[in-house]
Ligand binder design. Structure first.
Ligand SMILES: C[S@@+](CC[C@H](N)C(=O)[O-])C[C@H]1O[C@@H](n2cnc3c(N)ncnc32)[C@H](O)[C@@H]1O
Length: 237
């Protein structure tokens, strides 16, 4: 990737971070996908979770509230700064925040975690296959993964149109306008549909099955543009 593209992407995450938590958590499809992930990972035998591309930590904070210890890994200092503020007072013992590229998780030995949370972060990586192998490696046998990624035929436009219509009817639409403009501009820079190395959810499902995971469920998300896979790493793998 050219350095100007890398810079554009870095700026997009910076822009995104300013308004992410003012827009995403009010959108029904985002609320629903966060719920899928939290439900999949807040079960009795999951006590530690690596959150890969944790961002502002909307899944992480819910998991911590349910007693799960979360290691939140993200490359963006601005996204993590929002997460730090959210968890500062309430849960200092429940979270470790690590600012680094998640394409290598070499800081963690094999089978370090009971679970992995990956909610739309692989699409943003330049070597998503490498990151995905790392995620499968650091989850213990019997552990769980919850992964939401884009479908092969992903299109950004239906999502943008939905949000425009949703916000037009929202009581705080005037105050939300500048935040939506930021989120939208970041989305256009980062559009998964144009990413060369994208790892689709179909490929992820296939790869999990071929790598000793049992698929527990696959559910559409993001108005059918994405899907969430929940899988368990087989004891014998
Ligand atoms: C669309 S956001 C999703 C954030 C969060 N998972 C959520 O569901 O709200 C994608 C996140 O992936 C992070 N990310 C992108 N590339 C990354 C990389 N190579 N390593 C770690 N995190 C990365 C971004 O900084 C961003 O916070």
């Amino acid at each position: 990737m050219s350095s100007s593209n890398a810079q554009r992407e870095e700026q997009a995450w910076e822009t995104y971070a300013q308004s992410y938590d003012l827009i995403l958590p009010i959108l029904p499809y985002y609320q629903k996908v966060v719920r899928y992930h939290v439900d999949a990972l807040s079960i009795p035998d999951v006590r530690t979770v690596i959150d890969v591309g944790a961002g502002t930590g909307n899944v992480a904070v819910e998991l911590i509230a349910r007693g799960v210890r979360v290691t939140a890994v993200d490359v963006s200092p601005q996204m993590l700064s929002v997460l730090r503020k959210k968890t500062w007072a309430s849960s200092s013992g429940g979270i470790e925040i690590v600012e680094q590229d998640a394409q290598s998780l070499s800081a963690w030995p094999d089978e370090s975690f009971d679970g992995a949370n990956v909610l739309l972060s692989l699409f943003a990586m330049h070597e998503p296959r490498q990151a995905f192998l790392e995620i499968m490696r650091v989850v213990r046998r019997g552990g769980k993964v919850a992964i939401t990624e884009t479908k092969r035929n992903f299109q950004l436009r239906p999502l943008l149109d939905f949000v425009e219509e949703f916000l037009a009817l929202h009581p705080s639409r005037e105050e939300l306008r500048e935040h939506w403009d930021r989120v939208k501009s970041a989305n256009l820079v980062l559009d998964p549909g144009f990413r060369i190395n994208r790892l689709t959810v179909e490929e992820i499902q296939h790869e999990l099955s071929a790598s000793g995971f049992t698929i527990m469920s696959v559910m559409d998300s993001h108005l059918g543009q994405c899907a969430t896979i929940c899988a368990t790493k087989n004891l014998g793998s």
